[in-house]
Write a protein that binds this ligand. Structure first.
Ligand SMILES: [Zn+2]
Length: 504
């Protein structure tokens, strides 16, 4: 049905690292991006959009590293329809085995007039020109008419024909502002497939935003009308209300194969871990009732439902938790589990730790197992993604802490921090134990950031559960998110705060 692949399936173009990262507070470090990219590759996504290289040297470096180190998926880089952007994207992609330049230019009347200050005929020249430039560097070029859903269809048709002629192999129609509806978006794809000269030579792609809560529905409607690539992010993170959630599209196509008749190549069992990874790295929590990856997505609360599920799961369950990689609350390991069992489980969860990381994680596991009898998958994932504990080279390291708190005492904290190689100890009081801890750390480090947000979430059920703390701080013009986990929420808060300071 198309030029670059005989097989009919929906390609998953993940833009967690580009469009996803664009949302406030989701900035990721290079190592974190790489970790996500490796996991996406393991999930078998078809394309990873790694970033927008011309936008900053940090972006450039991250794209280049992903291009060098991540194998399997096509690595894509974004570029405006400008030679400089395209050359920079091409340069960043150099080490990639499979690469794609994704160039875009607005085609809606409002964007052309007010944003670009260009006439439609100028845009009609610039778009294919950008594709031609990109083709000087790579075989695989994707073009997006930005704000496609608010563009005139006839004009869109002309632009599509021009870029196909210039050598684009994927045409993505972005619903940049989240304005379209499933019926309209589907009609647009049907129109383009039927009327664009050369349409049979390219893959049409959907790119939706969730401003009206329609991103998944719109993307599926596009698929129903011939789109064979969906652009999405893990957990649906992205600007404003976010992008299409990858897990939703993938599971909808899988669960309703009877209706769509087409699926993706995603290893769905790695979805939960992907969600967890993106959640902890970005500090963007997932609402409990979120489809597929929310904490309650597979919880049956009402008695009638529970009874039904026990008799036959299909009474109230359209997908199994196992299909997205959840073996919820099944006890996996305990105090007496050996290294081999631990390693096995870790690998099954989709991690590939080095020997040193594995050893550190195992020791940490034993520590937790002392405090907590049952260790669940979620605990293991938290433990393995706890970055602060993995970086021994960090500037600040928590050696010891002690707090006193109670209804009739003024909360106070004593903290011993290793700063480089020097141990410094100090004490402060505060409004509560966490406040006292933060004040003491600030006193020792002499850094006084603005605390934007502190989120404490239990990883599993029970009062002995691991708690995961994510803290967002701003210092000068930099905002960073630190994370920590412990069975003790005060300790987890301290670790997350120190982690954030280390990131600064
Ligand atoms: Zn977008």
């Amino acid at each position: 049905m198309n030029n670059n692949n005989q097989e009919d399936f929906v390609r998953i173009f993940d833009t967690t690292l580009r469009d996803g990262e664009q949302c406030p507070g989701a900035a990721m470090s290079e190592d974190e991006k790489l970790e996500i990219a490796h996991h996406l590759a393991k999930m078998n996504v078809d394309v990873i959009e790694a970033g927008f290289p011309v936008s900053s040297p940090v972006q450039f470096k991250a794209v280049e590293r992903i291009a060098r180190e991540v194998e399997g998926p096509i690595i894509a880089a974004l570029a405006r329809a400008l030679r400089g952007d395209i050359e920079t994207a091409a340069k960043a992609l150099t080490p990639a085995k499979r690469k794609r330049i994704h160039t875009f230019l607005a085609t809606s009347p409002i964007h052309m007039k007010y944003k670009l200050g260009k006439t439609p005929s100028e845009v009609l020249k610039m778009a294919p020109e950008a594709v031609r430039i990109a083709r000087e560097f790579v075989e695989d070029v994707e073009f997006s008419p930005e704000d496609g859903t608010r563009s005139e269809w006839e004009f869109l048709r002309e632009v599509c024909e021009a870029v196909i002629e210039a050598g684009a192999s994927t045409i993505n129609i972005p619903d940049t502002v989240g304005y379209t509806t499933p019926e309209k978006y589907g009609e647009l794809f049907a129109f383009l497939k039927a009327n664009v000269r050369g349409a049979e030579k390219v893959i049409f792609s959907a790119h939706c935003h969730n401003d009206l809560g329609l991103a998944t529905a719109n993307s599926l409607s596009a698929v129903k009308n011939g789109a064979r690539q969906v652009e999405c992010t893990v957990n649906g993170i992205g600007e404003r209300a976010g992008n299409t959630a990858m897990e939703e599209v993938v599971m909808a196509l899988r669960t309703r194969k009877d209706f769509y008749g087409i699926t993706t190549k995603i290893n769905t069992q790695l979805i939960s871990r992907a969600s967890y990874l993106v959640k902890t790295i970005t500090g963007m929590v997932v609402q409990p009732n979120k489809a597929i990856v929310g904490a309650n997505a597979f919880a049956h609360e009402s008695g009638i439902h529970q009874d039904g599920v026990i008799k036959n799961r299909e009474t109230y369950e359209i997908m199994t938790p196992e299909s997205v990689g959840l073996e919820s609350n099944k006890i996996v390991l305990g105090r007496h589990s050996g290294r081999a069992g631990f390693r096995d489980r870790v690998i099954r969860l989709g991690f590939t730790p080095t020997q040193d990381e594995l050893e550190a994680a195992y020791n940490r596991f034993l520590e937790i197992a002392d405090k907590k009898k049952e260790i669940f998958d979620e605990d293991l994932i938290a433990l393995l993604t706890d970055h602060s504990r993995r970086t021994t080279s960090a500037k600040f390291h928590l050696e010891y802490y002690h707090v006193t708190s109670g209804t009739t005492t003024i909360p106070s904290a004593t903290i011993k921090l290793k700063v480089d190689d020097v141990i410094i100890e100090d004490t402060c009081t505060g409004d509560g134990p966490v406040d006292a801890v933060f004040k003491t750390i600030q006193k020792i480090t002499n850094i006084n950031p603005v605390l934007n947000k502190l989120t404490i979430s239990p990883v599993t059920k029970g009062t002995d559960a691991l708690a995961e703390v994510s803290v967002s701080i701003t210092f000068g013009d930099r905002t960073v998110v630190g994370k920590g986990s412990s069975t003790d929420i005060v300790e987890a808060s301290a670790i997350s705060f120190i982690d954030a300071l280390n990131r600064l």
